[in-house]
Design a protein around this ligand. Structure first.
Ligand SMILES: NC(=O)c1ccc[n+]([C@@H]2O[C@H](COP(=O)([O-])OP(=O)(O)OC[C@H]3O[C@@H](n4cnc5c(N)ncnc54)[C@H](O)[C@@H]3O)[C@@H](O)[C@H]2O)c1
Length: 260
């Protein structure tokens, strides 16, 4: 295996691993030799994925984890250390959208939920992952933000606010821990055909999946939304054992949207 994509015996936490980016990333990392600690609130599909990966020979722990609950986030790190003795990589991927609407109509509840899951979910992860990694004097963390964390997300104001916060946390944490040989970056994908999009209100509002994809693609220079594997491949590149000097970055994976 090319050493730039060789994750053999790396211990890797992924949150939100039951479907979408998290599940696909788990499969790609398992195929490259990683030991996985997977968490999600959807425990049935999570356990099914773990079973599939175990059958292929991967060492996997799968546990219920609500990232809005600090005890659960700490337990993910404890599981990695107790079982595998180290934590090499953590991907804070779990996230939620909210009902779309103009900013003046968004509910306080939508903002509260975004803060608890999309922001504190990352902060709880960072707190306990960094504590372990500082002891090792090594580690890599990838936070899944969004293009909504780099600019406007019309009708998704609370999500945009939360994802901007994820970018701020990423940059600050990266600066603070860099001298301990810990890298922290954020990935900022454009709309991608995961269940977050394909099972959302946007599909019924647009009158079907293909119409929704076409509508969402309008602003993108590549004139399409992303396929999940395209974003997951970029995640692998950011996590690569060869990518040792990139930290504190919020990387757009956006079909050229941010080139303007
Ligand atoms: N799909 C896109 O267009 C897109 C674009 C940019 C960023 N993102 C981000 O990518 C990440 C992954 O999203 P996805 O597109 O795979 O969506 P998805 O909805 O398909 O998957 C998200 C996963 O997170 C889990 N989850 C939700 N709340 C959780 C919680 N409190 N604790 C633990 N797990 C929880 C869900 O159960 C699900 O398995 C999210 O942070 C999302 O904001 C997605």
């Amino acid at each position: 295996m090319d050493k730039l994509l060789d994750f053999t015996d790396k211990t890797i936490i992924i949150t939100g691993a039951a479907q979408g980016f998290g599940a696909l990333l788990a499969k790609e990392l398992a195929a490259r030799g990683a030991n996985l600690v997977l968490g999600d609130i959807k425990t049935e599909p999570l356990q099914a994925l773990a079973g599939e990966l175990k059958a292929l020979g991967t060492k996997v722990i799968a546990q219920a984890c609500d990232v809005g609950n600090e005890t659960h986030c700490k337990a993910m790190v404890t599981a990695a250390l107790d079982t595998f003795g180290q934590l090499d990589i953590a991907v804070n991927n779990a996230g939620i959208a909210h009902p779309l609407g103009p900013i003046e109509t968004l509910s306080n509840e939508a903002f509260d939920k975004q803060w608890q899951v999309n922001v504190m979910g990352v902060q709880f992860g960072l707190r306990h992952q960094i504590a372990a990694m500082r002891k090792q004097k090594s580690g890599v963390i990838l936070n899944v933000a969004s293009m909504a964390g780099l600019g406007a997300a019309p009708l998704g104001g609370a999500y945009s606010a939360a994802k901007h916060a994820v970018v701020g946390l990423t940059k600050t944490a990266a600066y603070e821990v860099a001298a301990d040989n810990i890298r922290i970056n954020a990935i900022c994908p454009f709309f991608t055909a995961t269940p977050m999009v394909t099972e959302s209100d946007m599909v019924s509002m647009a009158g079907g999946l293909e119409k929704a994809k076409a509508t969402l693609a309008r602003g993108a220079p590549m004139r399409r939304i992303a396929e999940p594997i395209e974003v997951v491949n970029a995640m692998l590149l950011l996590l690569s054992p060869g990518n040792t000097f990139m930290t504190g970055q919020a990387i757009a994976v956006d079909g050229g949207l941010s080139s303007m």
